[in-house]
Ligand binder design. Structure first.
Ligand code: B3K
Ligand code: ZN
Length: 897
């Protein structure tokens, strides 16, 4: 497979104006009749028509109703003898495909007797021959024909214009449905669904006065679990109208859930297809996190209706145009839904935590790529945290540089200019800047756009100098960016740094720069656009504590030589909740790193107490704080993850990191035992279940308290708390409390964990999404003497395990390989052997899922021996397989490069 380059983009040689598709749906052999009206693109020199196709059986090709010559070249159908001139012509293509055999879940496939499609990025070519590229936008008419008993519901994009009975077939009555999509779209937004489904329905009237029918389709029996998804959809519609003036442009908007899905959900025009995980929720089967995820994913897919569908991507290199922007929009939606300033900060911290633990490593590893990549082999490998989450940060910086109102103006201009078009990341940034002349963004647009073109996480070094005689404080900010594959030299980034200064007693100081007439506000945003920026603040009576990068104002690593005392001041007093949390994380990280370095020549790192008493006391004060919200406390009292600690080190010994972090957890559990008991009593009762921000935070803190109390019991031999936890597990009235209690027993390794797991399974054996949790919890349990890998192998033999179902495969294999470093990185290399076997096994079934798993060893070069050599051997073993998919091939090739 060869790489595709962004600079090779050329407009299509033909346009497809209309597509009329007729499907005879049959799991074994589905017939697809595709009638298109095409015309040459007058802007491009005359050339043959090359249509993409994959795993199709071609039966017939007609041009303007007559047979024509064609040839196959590199999988493409090539037509050379087309009518000359610019007049439209008809092309009719008849093919068949085999949905039941489609284990890749791309194109047309069957999930539990229901037909689904997934076309983004390049699945449409697995349905019919087509110009499978996002800049070809056509009007679609779709007719679905199928057996009526097996497939009573027939759905496609747009409006249902006709339906009725057909002549009986060999299996009895047949019927049809005809759908017309009123909007032009690229083929990746095409969808059909056919099967036995039921729908929750809701009629709404938009602000604009238009009536719409909303439907959430699920399997019979799941209907009562769709209320939250429907509420989230209605909230999304209202939010987009209120915040951006964007209304629903369809009479009917449908969501359909499937349990076999490669990712979270898909924004097909008017017919979103969702992983059941992001639709189905009831208080007894879904956790608070599930409820929040559903709200956010329903919002995300809905927001794509404008950012992605009405304005789409010119080519797949521009993927972040729609994904980064839409993630930014769903993040803002969740924050606005959460309400309070504190709840917004909690969401911000959670988002940054994902960015730093997943995207920063990606940006420092072999798969590093710019937000707008320059090349790829397999586009599916580029649906990454860089495109999505870093892309959202790049949009967020633009938002912050022009302000909330300015950004809304920019969005308006973007749609005025580009509605109905397929455009680029440049077009987006240009619109935001043009709507805000004179703004920092408009003044520095070209250098700002390096965030799109340069990979790697910039580092900002901050050095402060207090001059007592002059009563001034000089802050020097210096930026740099490490090399990334193919990009040795980096130009300076435009880095907005939001900052404040605190007096030693924690009060916020008014900021006045030398040369300014009067003191200003206590917070401002400076822009670091050159390699270095020096700021002198005046009229300061003592050395201030700088609070930098507030709200995580740019996706960078901030290096600042804070003293412990300064960090404790920020933790206790910073008015910026993000930096308050960050100060605690920095302290914890510092103790972790010291303990890891110190334990280098010791037998067992776990025997120490890595945390300083002042830190433990500060944690106690946060935990007991009368004003802070429970959700925020839970975040502060959660230690940085093993993955995040690993990211700070040049050489990574996963076992040592695991041991040190466990020792830190045990210390917090032991030394704050009375405080955890207090926190549990204070927060364990949340009344009737509601998944709102306040009660979610209370349950999270109660859950953390319980797990700490079980951990403390492990050292002390106490049986009271494990007993209470088991009781809680049995009597809980919602999944959050029940699962937190179960996790507390499992993660403390208490003997009650086994009976609890068995009971949990018995209770929920028919709830697939809960069984996924049951598998995942065991595969991600803390390793004790290498016991997790055998348990994982055993789980794979469980009758409910299946490699073909992505959710199930992820719950066992990914939970172990990607989310349990202490268990996965074994000195005997057995974890890596397991990984390589699973990558190869999965690749034969589903390359997209296999390629995700293949990334688990991305950071092998940083590993200490013996892990490093063993990991490389495992990757090399995968790479040695000759018939790998492009997907896995690209990942392992880059890993070894
Ligand atoms: N756009 C889809 C992702 C498609 C992934 C294809 N491999 C979901 C989303 O981002 O909303
Ligand atoms: Zn998306």
């Amino acid at each position: 497979a060869t790489a595709i380059h962004r600079l090779d983009y050329a407009p299509p040689a033909y346009w497809i104006d209309t597509v009329d598709l007729a499907f005879d749906l049959d799991p074994v052999k589905t017939r697809v009749l595709n009638k298109m009206r095409l015309r040459r693109n007058p802007a491009v020199a005359p050339q043959p028509l090359r249509l993409d196709g994959e795993e199709l059986n071609l039966a017939r090709v007609l041009v303007n109703g007559a047979g024509t010559s064609f040839k196959m070249e590199g999988g493409q159908l090539v037509l050379e003898n087309l009518p000359e001139g610019d007049a439209p012509f008809e092309l009719e293509i008849f093919t068949t495909c085999a949905p039941a055999k489609n284990t890749q879940l791309s194109g047309l496939y069957v999930s539990g007797d229901t037909f689904f499609t997934q076309c983004e990025a390049e699945g449409f070519r697995r349905i019919t021959y087509f110009l499978d590229r996002p800049d070809v936008m056509a009007s679609y008419t779709v007719t679905l024909r199928a057996d009526k008993v097996a497939y009573p519901v027939l759905l496609s994009n747009g409006n249902l214009v006709d339906s009725g009975a057909l002549e009986d077939g060999p299996n009895g009555p047949r019927h049809f449905a005809k759908w017309v999509d009123p909007h032009k779209k690229p083929c990746y937004l095409f969808a059909l669904v056919a099967g036995k489904l039921v729908a929750r329905e809701q009629k709404i009237k938009s602000r604009a006065g238009r009536e719409h029918l909303l439907q959430v389709y699920v399997r019979p029996g799941d209907l009562e679990k769709t209320e939250h998804a429907m509420n989230s959809l209605m909230a999304s519609i209202a939010w987009d109208e209120a915040r951006f003036g964007l209304s629903l442009d369809l009479d009917r908007f449908m969501i359909v859930a499937t349990s076999d899905f490669n990712m979270g959900a898909m924004e097909n025009k008017g017919l979103n297809v969702f992983n059941t995980k992001f639709v189905l929720a009831s208080q007894s089967t879904a956790t608070d996190v599930d409820f929040a995820n559903i709200e956010s994913v329903v919002g995300h897919e809905y927001f794509h209706n404008w950012t992605g569908n009405r304005v789409t991507c010119r080519d797949w290199f521009q993927l972040s145009l729609k994904e980064g922007l839409t993630v930014f929009r769903d993040q803002e939606f969740s924050m606005d839904m959460a309400g309070s300033a504190s709840a917004r900060a909690v969401k911000r911290i959670e988002d940054v935590r994902v960015l730093r633990t997943v995207q920063f490593p990606e940006d420092a590893g072999p798969m590093a790529h710019p937000v707008r990549p320059d090349s790829y082999v397999e586009i599916n490998n580029f649906y990454t945290v860089t495109i999505y989450e870093k892309g959202a940060e790049v949009v967020r910086m633009q938002h912050n540089l022009v302000g909330r109102e300015g950004f809304a103006r920019g969005m308006k201009l973007y749609f005025e200019r580009h509605d109905g078009q397929a455009v680029t990341c440049d077009d987006f940034a240009q619109a935001i800047a043009d709507a805000n002349p004179g703004s920092e963004l408009a003044n520095r647009l070209e250098p700002f756009k390096r965030w799109y073109s340069q990979a790697g996480t910039p580092r900002v070094r901050a050095e402060g100098q207090y001059d007592a005689a002059a009563r001034s404080y000089t802050l020097t900010l210096t930026q740099s960016c490490p090399h990334t594959p193919g990009q040795a030299e980096k130009q300076p980034f435009v880095i907005p740094v939001t900052l404040g200064l605190l007096a030693p007693d924690g009060t916020a100081l008014p900021l006045q720069l030398a040369g300014e007439a009067a003191p200003g506000a206590t917070e401002r945003t400076v822009v670091l656009a050159e390699p270095q920026l020096t700021l002198t603040f005046v009229h300061l009576d003592s050395a201030p504590v700088p609070s930098l990068l507030r709200g995580f104002s740019a996706p960078v690593v901030l290096d600042c030589a804070y003293s412990d005392a300064e960090l404790l001041t920020l933790l206790a007093h910073d008015s910026d909740a993000f930096n308050r949390w960050e100060a605690g994380q920095r302290l914890a990280l510092r103790f972790a790193i010291n303990a890891i370095a110190g334990s280098a020549d010791q037998e067992s790192a776990g025997a120490e107490k890595p945390l300083h008493p002042a830190f433990v006391q500060a944690m106690r004060e946060v935990l007991r704080h009368p004003q802070l919200d429970a959700a925020f406390k839970e975040l502060v009292l959660t230690l940085p993850s093993e993955a995040y600690i690993a990211e700070q080190l040049d050489v990574v010994d996963p076992q040592r990191i695991h041991a040190v972090r466990e020792a830190m957890r045990a210390q917090l559990a032991d030394e704050l035992q009375a405080d955890w008991a207090w926190a549990w009593e204070e927060h364990q009762d949340c009344g009737a279940y509601r998944p709102d921000a306040v009660s979610t935070g209370r349950r999270a803190l109660a859950g953390l308290a319980l797990s700490m109390l079980c951990l403390a019991a492990r050292t002390s031999g106490d049986t009271v708390w494990p007993g209470k936890t088991y009781q809680r597990f049995k009597t809980a009235t919602n999944m959050t409390d029940r699962f937190n209690a179960l996790s507390a027993l499992v993660s403390s390794g208490h003997e009650l964990a086994q009976p609890a797991l068995a009971r949990f399974h018995a209770l929920f054996k028919d709830e697939a999404l809960v069984i996924d949790k049951w598998f995942a919890l065991q595969a991600s349990a803390p390793d004790r003497g290498g016991d997790v890998l055998p348990a994982v192998r055993q789980l794979m033999k469980h009758p409910q395990f299946s490699l073909k179902n992505p959710n199930r495969a992820r719950s066992v294999i990914f939970s172990y390989c990607s989310a349990n470093p202490g268990a996965f990185h074994r000195a005997d290399a057995a974890g890596y052997v397991f990984w390589a076997d699973r990558v190869l096994e999965l690749d034969a079934l589903n390359p997209q899922v296999a390629a995700r798993l293949s990334r688990a060893l991305d950071r092998w070069r940083k590993l200490a021996e013996p892990y490093r050599t063993a990991a490389r051997e495992a990757i090399a073993r995968v790479a040695a397989k000759t018939d790998l998919s492009n997907d896995v091939r690209e990942v392992v090739t880059r890993a070894l490069a």
